[in-house]
Design a protein around this ligand. Structure first.
Ligand code: AP5
Ligand code: MG
Length: 218
């Protein structure tokens, strides 16, 4: 049966890194609410002004808007065979909506927790860079590009640093995660759909375990 793979984990745990590998190797689209909101923010429309304060404060974009964005994106034809959700759901309301969506679309849900202790997360976020062209994710401490601040695949392009990757906003994002999103782990665990993966290993080792969990899930 087709699946919705829900990537869970704290800010900087590696959800995006793993979702990109899953997209590339399993051929399912990666749907990242964070990436979609950042694209909206760059477009400088009234909607951008609506979401900016929440993102810059390390809080959550309101459920109503987030749900609308996810409904529209998952209705695209590329999601027919299933998809990867990176950064959604983050609240109980979003999780409830996802149950209804999955039932209506005929997909089953599998949740993957990429688990990383808090003390590692700071370097993961403050050291992160990404390529504005291809979205490749680097880290100045753990996964540096070949040339400082330049994408390996797009040598003419300087890497970006996310506006919310400063230590103050990261601290707020971690608090928001603890308060709003962590309780969802129990929800998926109780329904037997949570796979816990040690996120302190190499991206390849983590990926191998996730792929096994995904392909063996019913
Ligand atoms: P979002 O973009 O989802 O941010 P996040 O949850 O804080 O997660 P990150 O993207 O920071 O981390 P990640 O787990 O993807 O890690 P990555 O793979 O990049 O959300 C941003 C904001 O948008 C939210 O704060 C909120 O305001 C809003 N938003 C989004 N979704 C929402 C929703 N559903 N509802 C309401 N609001 C929403 O890796 C991190 C770093 O570590 C990288 O540098 C990477 O190279 C490195 N790394 C990765 N894996 C490894 C490894 N195994 N070993 C060493 N380094 C590694
Ligand atoms: Mg991410």
């Amino acid at each position: 049966m087709s699946k919705i793979i829900v990537m869970m984990g704290a800010p900087g745990a590696g959800k995006g890194t793993q979702a990109r590998l899953l997209q590339e190797r399993l051929g399912l689209p990666q749907i990242s609410t964070g990436d979609m909101f950042r694209a909206i923010k760059r477009a400088q429309t009234p909607l951008a002004e609506e979401i900016r304060p929440f993102m810059e404060a390390g809080g959550l974009v309101p459920d109503e808007l987030t749900i609308r964005v996810v409904e529209e994106r998952t209705a695209q034809p590329d999601g027919k065979g299933g998809y990867i959700l990176d950064g959604f759901p983050r609240t109980t309301t979003q999780a409830e909506m996802l149950e209804r969506l999955a039932a209506a679309q005929g997909h089953t849900i599998i949740a993957i927790l990429v688990d990383v202790p808090f003390d590692i997360l700071e370097k993961r976020t403050t050291g992160r860079r990404d390529c504005p062209i291809c979205g490749e994710i680097y880290n100045i401490y753990f996964r540096p590009p070949k040339v400082d601040e330049v994408c390996d695949l797009h040598p003419e392009t300087r890497l970006r640093r996310r506006a919310d990757d400063n230590p103050e906003t990261v601290a707020r994002r971690l608090e928001t995660y603890e308060r709003e999103t962590k309780p969802l782990l129990d929800y998926y665990a109780h329904t037997g759909r949570l796979h816990h993966v040690d996120g302190t290993r190499t991206p390849e080792a983590i990926y191998a375990e996730i792929e096994k969990a995904v392909t063996s899930a019913k």
